[in-house]
Design a protein around this ligand. Sequence first.
Ligand code: S3P
Length: 441
Amino acid sequence: MTPVSSGTSGPLKGRIRVPGDKSISHRALILGALAVGRTRIEGLLEGEDVLNTAKAMRALGARVERGERGQWQVDGVGVGGFGEPADVLDFGNSGTGARLVLGAVATSPLTAVFTGDASLRKRPMARVATPLQRMGARIIAHAGDRLPLTVTGSADPLPLDYTLPVPSAQVKSAILLAGLNAPGETTVVETLATRDHTERMLRHFGAIVTGATAADGQRRIALRGEAELKAADLAVPGDPSSAAFPMVAALLLPGSEIELQGVGMNELRTGLFATLREMGAAIEIGNPRETGGEPVADLLVRASALRGVEVPAERAPSMIDEYPVLAVAAAFASGRTVMHGLAELRVKESDRLAAVATGLRACGVDLTVEGDTLIVEGGGRPRGDATIAAHLDHRIAMAFLVMGMAAERPVAIDDAATINTSFPGFVALMNGLGATVRDDA
Ligand code: S3P
């Protein structure tokens, strides 16, 4: 257990770079491993989740090394070139690592065993197992389609045309990665657009991927199979989901002004920024540019008086990991914030809807949960003065540390160790800006 607490902080001042994007970092390692040649990656997130994916890529036969200046090199084995791992693949806390790699091995003739920590072993795998079985993989999982599971990839894979039953970039990506080694065309249809990093990066590595939006708004993403991926250099943008924490802290702490440099601005990820601006947040977007096929910008954030808003369900995929910290911001806003379409929050690293509701109530905030809608009654400064159970969930831990920085009294987190999965150095970086976060061990 790593207990940590935060207390009255700020104003926050300074210019920082948040760590590399977690989604893009996983994909860079996986596609690098599936490409022919050497891929060099700048700005890879060195969080535990991504390091576990790096280990899995090594176990499957790729060479993955960290250079002296922190750049990473992957010598790939080519599509269809994975070898059978000698031991169990352990993805730690990471649903993205487990699900994407499951897709990547599903169409290769090898057997692998997947496991993870207590949080990951509770998360549903049927959403990826079902389509991958249709492509020919044999998957035997624990009760309730949970990890640990054993997969034997297909030696004679089939392409797939699949409509996503839930909006999930992980499921979409698993199917596309499996499609790389299948004949013909593999197609994924999504009703609500989810993050498209896999599609962008596949193109960057030379695969043929097309996307079309039909009149009814559905998106069809088609990948030409039996693809050859060529190694390509990549620069990973700063993670907008990590930027969310210093951003909300700066908005809530009077007199704050911070600059977040090189933040990924893919519009399928920036729903939180749009929502906060609707709430009255002063967030200026400067120096827009592209890196490795992804838009990036510098964000200037100033303390702001926020007001409650209604967040539509259609926006959920573009800010799915940001609801815990948005709920904290909403507690300080004037009026009520209504967040719709949160069903998927129940199957993240924890049941985030329950964890947020319990944590906010413990801090003295009024709220209701109606089905998959969360309604937070803002107004005034929450009391704080609570110990929050993080449930092995990094985003719950960081969101409630932000709460403690701005609440009347401190907030403690029972175990903040999982912050290292996505945001190594979070405590030092926040304290460097003027926050008061303490290790309570
Ligand atoms: C991710 C997709 C999202 C998100 C997760 C990362 C990805 O999950 O919550 O943190 O990298 O594809 P779902 O695909 O389950 O919505």
